[in-house]
Design a protein around this ligand. Structure first.
Ligand SMILES: [Zn+2]
Length: 224
């Protein structure tokens, strides 16, 4: 264990978040732990990770949570790996929460030169349930910069999605947001709207296949 690359996660510790200060030392070998000499607290080597407190092999957990976003049914995983359904659901929720934290900590720092973003919404039909997921993607890198789930496709969804986009974007720069024509984006944040007319054939669609073929529009947004 390399304690020099670990920081103390204790919220009340003066040395919290500081790496390479020499305050964190190895503590215990049976189950990897560290101890902070500043506050005296010990913490797991997995502290802050989605694996914290889980006793199943890390490789198995990774295999399971990798299958879920590709649509593998939970019941199939339960049968294949001999797991409890609630365990799989718990790992799914842990992974989702951790991914959200990583996204907020790493991507939403206002450092990206987005230039162009595409935003769209997906309608999801569940058991007695209709939900919407708004998604925004940076065009040049295909990086997902935002995602919002809502039971209604309303202005609140557009607002929250664009707040995430703004959080990723460098300040004081113009941003081109391409949408499927839904005016909620433009009305809330747009400076002006540029309707895109369509003829026949893919070659006349300037923005690629991610956009739907009806009523696309572009809006320039000033990020500040
Ligand atoms: Zn500490």
């Amino acid at each position: 264990m390399d304690a020099s690359q670990v920081f103390c996660p204790n919220l009340d510790c003066m040395a919290r978040g500081k790496i390479g200060e020499g305050n964190v030392v190895s503590h215990g070998k049976a189950r990897p732990r560290y101890r902070c000499k500043t506050c005296g607290k010990t913490f797991s080597a997995q502290a802050g990770a989605m694996f914290e407190g889980l006793r199943k092999p890390k490789a198995l957990i990774v295999i399971v949570v990798t299958r879920l976003p590709y649509g593998c049914p939970i019941q199939a995983i339960v049968q294949a790996f001999g797991l409890d359904e609630r365990t799989v659901a718990s790992w799914r929720d842990r992974a989702g929460k951790h991914c959200q934290q990583v996204h907020q900590a790493v991507v939403q720092h206002g450092q990206l030169d987005l230039v162009q973003v595409q935003a769209d919404e997906i309608r999801v039909k569940g058991h007695k349930l209709i939900a919407w997921m708004g998604l925004a993607m940076m065009v040049s890198t295909r990086l997902w910069v935002g995602g919002v789930v809502s039971l209604t496709r309303d202005r609140s969804l557009a607002d929250r999605l664009l707040q995430q986009v703004r959080a990723c974007c460098q300040p004081m720069c113009a941003l081109l947001v391409c949408t499927d024509g839904w005016n909620a984006y433009v009305r809330r944040v747009g400076v002006y709207e540029i309707p895109v007319r369509h003829g026949r054939g893919r070659e006349q669609e300037p923005l690629g296949q991610e956009l739907t073929r009806r009523g696309n529009s572009m809006a320039t947004v000033a990020c500040s």
